[in-house]
Design a protein around this ligand. Structure first.
Ligand code: PEP
Length: 256
């Protein structure tokens, strides 16, 4: 993670309602404060359900917390007759810094394609949000195409829609490692994150590749985070299950 501030991001998925989110964020902030966490050294972000974001914003603002937060998805549209959708403008109005785009659960259960994910990424950038673009292969992809081909191809569709100065985060999340307890090895993660960085260099130039943070996600926990972070192209983690336990998530953020 040469010269890039690591990012530890917690994807709550469909867990914790707005009241629970307040208690959680308070405990997390206390825990990191007690540990004298330096947020400029390791950035920490949470991704609660949409219905929690206003509560999280209020707490973060009132207590002047250095914690970042964002949505788990957004619409490709800015406003209008799109029932059930949430616009990037609304997330920006809640001071979200980030938004997750193209999580494998969105791809799998909501039929999101690489093209839609590219349009959502452009929508996020239009509203000043930093998209956390998720890519990753299934076990079947891995067997058929090897480790990097599918994630690199998925990211390629997004990169084709971006300007060289776009501020994005990429999350490499092998589908077989998500929620399985079977994380990739740090070496596997490095191999794919390195290939993703090379593809950014090719599409957007060396400066963009050197600046862009690439996270690993898939069964990350306090006990394995340090191994991933030792590798030069791994700039943090997107954490699902383990992000719902305050102590565990705070320990992940305290990896150094
Ligand atoms: C995720 O869904 O983004 C994820 C990485 O989940 P888990 O940490 O539970 O594998």
């Amino acid at each position: 993670a040469v010269n890039r501030t690591p990012l530890i991001a917690g994807n709550w998925k469909m867990n914790l309602d707005h009241l629970q989110s307040i208690a959680f964020v308070q405990k997390l902030a206390w825990s990191l404060r007690d540990a004298k966490h330096d947020y400029s050294e390791v950035e920490v972000a949470v991704f609660p359900p949409f219905t929690d974001l206003r509560s999280v914003q209020t707490l973060v603002t009132a207590d002047k917390l250095d914690l970042r937060y964002g949505g788990q998805d957004l619409s490709e549209h800015d406003s209008g007759a799109y029932t059930g959708e949430v616009s990037g403008a609304f997330l920006a109005a809640l001071d979200c810094r980030y938004v997750i785009i193209g999580h494998s659960e969105r791809r799998q259960y909501h039929g999101e394609t690489d093209e839609l994910i590219a349009r959502k990424t452009v929508a996020a950038l239009r509203h000043g949000l930093v998209p956390v673009v998720c890519v990753g292969e299934t076990a079947e992809d891995l067997e058929k195409h090897g480790p990097s081909a599918v994630p690199v191809a998925q990211l390629g569709v997004v990169l084709a829609a971006l300007e060289a100065d776009a501020d994005v985060v990429v999350a490499y999340e092998p589908v077989w490692a998500i929620g399985s307890g079977q994380a990739a090895t740090p070496e596997q993660a490095q191999q794919v994150c390195g290939a993703l960085r090379a593809s950014i260099a090719e599409a957007l130039g060396d400066e963009a590749a050197a600046r862009t943070r690439i996270l690993y996600g898939g069964s990350v926990k306090a006990a394995n985070i340090a191994g991933f972070m030792k590798h030069k192209d791994v700039d943090g983690a997107l954490v699902g299950g383990a992000s719902l336990d305050v102590g565990e998530f705070a320990s992940i953020a305290r990896f150094p």
